[in-house]
Structures are given as C-alpha cells and as structure tokens.
Write a protein that binds this ligand. Structure first.
Ligand code: AMO
Length: 428
C-alpha cells in the first residue's frame, strides 16, 4: 500500500496553487453537499480544507472522524473564510478507519475531564491544546540542552535500577532484581557527584521515582528531573547557571513557540534576572510579620510557602537553609556551620529546584551520614570514590514537569506529562 506524502499540510502555501500534492492525516470534519464534499484534514503541522469531487465523493460513506486518509489533489484558491487555499481531489486512500464513538472528543468541542483524557491520552494529543503542551515541552528540553552544552556540561545517563538509596529516606520503590533487592532511583545524586571526578560538569535529564502517597497537583510518583553537577563551582555559581537555564527557556520558547502560545492562550515573558535571593532566616522573619511564628530549624510547610508566595509571586531563591533540614551531602557554611550552602528555587509557593554545594571531604560525609541515621555501609561504593580526588562541587535538580506547569500556566502537572504516574494511576 502506498501511503507516502509529498508535503506536510503546514508547509503548503499559495505559491503551490495549480500543483499536484499528496497529503495525509486525520479527518477532523466531513461535510457532504451533494456534488461536493469538504474534508477538514489535520496532520501534526496544521489543517487543510479538501474539496472532494467525482469518484472521491462515494468514498466518504462510512468514513468517521479521526480516520486516517491520504489525499492526492491539486492546490487551488479557496473561498472559505478560514483557508487561503484548498486541495481539490478526485481520489482519497482510506488508510485506517476510526471507531465511532471515540472515548473523548479530540477536537475539544466537547470538554472531557482530565481522567477521561488521560485514559485516552494518545487520542487526546489530537486536541491542539494538548499537542501544543508537548511541542512546547520539546522546545524546553532543546533549550535546556543548548544552554548547558554551551556552558561545558556533558549530558550523561546514569542507572535507574540501583542497589541502595541515593537520597536516603523511605520513599523508595523496591523491586526484586533476580535474587537481590533493588530500588528505582529517586535522583541521580550519588552518580552525578562521582562523575565530577572525570567529567567535571555533567547534566542528566531523566525520570525518577518516589513512593510518596501525595495527592497534590505538583507531585507524581514518576517525574522528570534536570540535574546538573559541576566541579569547582560553589552554590552561588550553580544558582547563576539555573537562572540562565530558566531565563533561556522562557526566551527561547517565547520566540520559537508562537503558534503554541496562541493555541494555549498564553504569553510567555522572559523573567528578569537575577532572581531575588532571600535567606531562610529572612523568610522566617517575613513569615513572622504575617503572623506565622516559626523557629530557626523549622521546615517550611505548604501553608507557609503559600503565604510567602503571595509576597513573591515569581521566581526567587531561598538560600542558606539550616543544615538539619538538608540532606547528608550538603556542605555547611564557613561562617556559621549550622547553616548550609544550599538553595531552593521557588516560583511563588511552588518549589522548582533544590541544590547546593556538596561535602567533598569523605570523613565529613561519613559522619554526616551517621548523624542523619544512615548506614555508611550502604554507601561504600560512593564513599570510596571520594578518596580518588573528589573536587569541590555543587549542583541542583530541577523538576521539569513543574517548570512546564509554570511556563504553560497550567497548575496540574498531570496535564504536562504524557502518561503521568501517581498513587492511583498506573495506566495507560
Ligand atoms: P529534590 O528532592 O528537592 O532534590 O528534587 C528536585 C526537584 O524535583 C522536583 N520533584 C518532583 N516533581 C514532581 N513530583 C515529585 N514527587 C517530585 N519530587 C521532586 C521538584 C524538586 O524541586 N538530589 C536533589 C537535587 C540536588 O541537590 O541536586 C533532589 O533530588 O521540582
């Protein structure tokens, strides 16, 4: 069966009037008017009006919306309001018939709830709003890779099946690995730190797994993180890199995703840099003025961050967290060892990223593991590498799904992830 096309629909233009073309795609609409029939045909690049005449007219019988067809015809001027030109065709090839009724209306004329849409996600992508989110996501990934590559970071891939916890804590998914116990990686933390020994600056974009029964719009059990780690950089240096990565994402997509912004009815604006840098101590004082009494060492809960986010609705860093609130690998400050060289990047109430300078002295790292009730024996491979010339280093992890949610102004991360996983959803 011949199913090749000569053109993407979106690449046709009026200079082709009079020319023969072959296009293919999904039928969005069929209107039969006796001696003529109109098809609205969509491919990934756009939509075209097809005028069926002659033999092709009889082919529309039993043809449902979202069936796949190939159309051979000539480009001509159109009188239709929405189209400058159209394709007149005497012959279509029906490649696949779609069932009727479909589980959701992919055109979006009838709104479907998010669960129904996620249950039919592949079909949901025929909705131009949904497709635009994932086209944007592609450009976001491209921009991140470009910025990091231009700043001498090397993209790496580390294992997702691991033998011991990378972050400590209880939120690990465990699985049977033949006759051994294994886990799904919560983050590439240990690997990315080790890689600074040989590659200095690395980044990874991958899925990570957290067995947390959180039912919020910002938590998934499988999420995508952008991680970096860099030798000879302090936490303020990697904060500069993070600011650049985020600002470039906004600048790049603003310029290169004009159609997607129109379809999603958003206007992407490049945030001004540098982002505000608030110390944890200052945050505690600010919240105190709002009537929220916290002690140094108290963690910032969702309700606290919501209050803070009202004062700081855009991007800002919270820096210099107490050591007791940070993971074992985070480095203390020189002038106050109860505080850490660490940060979170916030957008209003939403935490987008966390990172910091890491301990590079193996003795200190070992004692921090013990202080946090972790067993150094579980980290022997990691600790060994610290004796092989571990450079001072810093890094961060940025939640890509949350960044997408900020960029698209869509609160629920499930909307910006193709096949989201949460405590209830394991399929499709
Ligand atoms: P952290 O645990 O803060 O840090 O994770 C980094 C960022 O990943 C995103 N994130 C999530 N997104 C959706 N669902 C989840 N369940 C989820 N958990 C985390 C958030 C968060 O800010 N190793 C450190 C990073 C580092 O220091 O380099 C880490 O994993 O946006």
């Amino acid at each position: 069966m011949d199913f090749k096309r000569t053109h993407y629909i979106g690449h046709l233009d009026s200079s082709m009037i009079g020319k023969q073309v072959v296009v293919g795609g999904w039928i969005e609409d069929i209107r039969e008017l006796g001696k003529l029939a109109f098809l609205t045909l969509r491919d990934v690049t756009g939509v075209a009006q097809i005028v069926l005449v002659g033999e092709a007219l009889s082919q529309t019988k039993g043809l449902n919306r979202q069936s796949v067809v190939r159309v051979t015809g000539s480009v001509q001027e159109s009188k239709a309001r929405d189209f400058a030109f159209e394709i007149k065709s005497e012959k279509i090839d029906i490649l696949t018939l779609a069932v009727h009724p479909l589980p959701i209306d992919p055109i979006g004329r009838l709104e479907s709830n998010i669960d129904n849409r996620l249950n039919a996600r592949a079909l949901d992508l025929r909705n131009q709003k949904t497709a635009s989110i994932f086209k944007l996501r592609h450009h976001v990934l491209y921009s991140i890779r470009k910025t990091l590559t231009e700043n001498n970071f090397i993209e790496v891939n580390t294992p997702k099946i691991i033998g011991s916890a990378s972050e400590g804590g209880a939120n690990l998914f465990s699985l049977k690995y033949f006759d051994k116990q294994a886990y799904l990686a919560q983050s590439p933390q240990l690997y990315k730190e080790q890689l600074t020994i040989g590659l200095e600056r690395v980044f990874e974009i991958a899925s990570y797994y957290r067995a947390e029964k959180s039912h919020t719009v910002r938590h998934l059990t499988e999420f995508t993180s952008v991680d970096i780690e860099a030798a000879f950089m302090d936490y303020t240096d990697v904060m500069d890199v993070l600011e650049l990565v985020v600002a470039n994402v906004f600048e790049y997509t603003k310029k290169n995703c004009v159609t997607e912004q129109k379809i999603l009815d958003i206007e992407i604006k490049k945030p001004s840099v540098p982002f505000e840098r608030l110390t944890y101590k200052k945050v505690i004082e600010e919240l105190g003025r709002d009537g929220i009494k916290l002690e140094i060492g108290d963690d910032l809960l969702d309700s606290h961050l919501r209050t803070l986010g009202e004062r700081h609705p855009s991007f800002y860093f919270i820096i210099d967290w107490p050591m007791m609130l940070k993971p074992f690998y985070i480095h203390e400050k020189d002038d106050d060892t109860t505080l850490s060289r660490s940060f979170d990047l916030q957008y209003g109430y939403l935490e987008l990223s966390s990172g910091g300078a890491r301990l590079h002295d193996p003795k200190k790292l070992r004692s921090r593991l013990e202080d946090q009730g972790l067993d150094p024996a579980q980290f022997v491979d990691h600790l060994r590498s610290f004796d092989w010339g571990m450079p001072p280093h810093s890094g961060w992890g940025l939640g890509l799904d949350r960044l997408m949610s900020v960029l698209t102004k869509i609160d629920n991360v499930r909307e910006v992830v193709l096949y989201p996983r949460d405590p209830e959803r394991l399929s499709p």
